[in-house]
Design a binder for this molecule. Structure first.
Ligand code: ATP
Length: 358
């Protein structure tokens, strides 16, 4: 394996006409890491991946493999493997021949091609399908062929662009585990593009959250999930309650915000002063029903959505604010409820520009 210890992207940018699809991406990837590039459609994830792969020339910055600059190399000289959303298999070749293709191109001895191809087929559990054509396989099986074809070459880096987005929900879950298992057993350094935050949280060692061509936050799944760096990241990470408010009294590590006709304490994230426009963010699962609340939040259940063990509900507070909550308790629309927000879970962000507030 043409290995490296560290891959560095320094100020990597890509401009189309006058628009920056990617504006100054700085990222260091350690050998063996699983990195997810995450963000809404159009934020520049695929552009970043294609710049890494060499499919798209940079318009700014540089890419380094240890001390070797690689952004001037063509894709085939970088030794990276790629897996795309649409599998991109050769339709007229069998599973075995699809997987062996790259090894044959390298003119390796026949024995070695056979041995490595067989090992790759076993790795993705396609022993029973080796002589079939791609058209005779399910979407999940085809994607496993694509993964085997990319990894059989033992690339120093595997790049995956939304590889699971064409699969149904059940298969997506299975393939998540499968890719994670392969990553662990082969020790592959992986960069994985997705717009699905659950996928990114469950698979990656570190997430790179992007927005409008810029990195918003880099961190472990836990860091990004529990401490989003801005309300935009919070929005993307499932903090469905984003409330434009005005900060009240700030004392130590608490800031009072007006909500539901009363005042409750939130945790300031960044510089927040009394009187500032802020955005308060809280996840539905941290808005609880029923128990007597010291803050005395009260409201009326407006919508109940049955979701199995839990219900997702929407509550209208006395001041007209709508809150999304989750509960295991049986509730009905119209019911009056008291509400608790889990301590420390109401995050209060400076609003960066009032026009931009939710
Ligand atoms: P998606 O999840 O929808 O694939 P993405 O985050 O991968 O989105 P990119 O495909 O990287 O986003 O695109 C980033 C921005 O660059 C978008 O605004 C897109 O319209 C623009 N863009 C991408 N490729 C080109 C191109 N070849 N020419 C012009 N603009 C482009």
């Amino acid at each position: 394996m043409s290995g490296f210890n560290r891959l560095r992207l320094e100020g990597v940018g890509r401009r189309f006409g006058t628009a920056d699809a990617l504006a100054g991406l700085d990222l260091t990837i350690e050998r063996g890491e699983f990195i997810a590039l995450l963000g809404p459609s159009g934020c520049g994830k695929s552009t970043a991946l294609n710049c890494l792969a060499g499919l798209l020339p940079l318009t700014a910055g540089s890419i380094w493999q240890d001390d070797r600059r690689i952004d001037t190399l063509p894709p085939e000289k970088r030794g990276f493997g790629m897996v795309f959303q649409n599998y991109a298999l050769f339709p007229h070749l069998t599973v075995r021949d699809n997987i062996a293709f790259g090894l044959r191109m390298q003119r390796l001895p026949k024995d070695e091609v056979r041995r490595r191809t067989t090992a790759a087929i076993e790795m993705v559990r396609l022993e029973d399908h080796a002589s079939k054509l791609p058209g005779q396989l399910s979407g999940g099986q085809q994607q496993r062929v694509a993964i085997a074809r990319a990894t059989v070459l033992e690339p120093s880096l595997v790049l995956m662009d939304e590889p699971l987005s064409n699969l149904d929900a059940k298969l997506r879950l299975e393939m998540r585990t499968e890719i994670r298992r392969l990553h662990q057993s082969l020790g592959l350094t992986t960069v994985y593009v997705t717009h699905d935050q659950e996928e990114a949280l469950s698979m990656a060692d570190r997430l790179v959250v992007m927005r409008q061509g810029r990195v918003q936050q880099i961190g472990t799944p836990e860091e990004v999930h529990t401490k989003p760096s801005s309300w935009h990241v919070a929005d993307f990470m499932g903090y469905r309650n984003l409330l434009p408010l005005t900060a009240g009294r700030v004392s130590g590590d608490a800031v009072a915000v007006p909500l539901g006709g009363t005042t409750i304490d939130g945790v300031p994230q960044g510089e927040v002063a009394t009187g500032d426009d802020v955005v308060a963010a809280v996840r539905p699962e941290d808005v609880k029903l029923g128990s007597e609340d010291i803050a005395g939040l009260k409201g009326r259940v407006e919508v109940v959505e049955y979701q199995g063990r839990e219900c997702a509900i929407e509550i209208m507070l006395d001041d007209g604010t709508r809150l999304h909550a989750r509960t295991e308790r049986k509730t009905e629309a119209g019911e009056q409820v008291s509400i608790t927000i889990s301590p420390g879970r109401l995050l209060v962000y400076p609003s960066d520009g009032a026009a931009d507030r939710p």
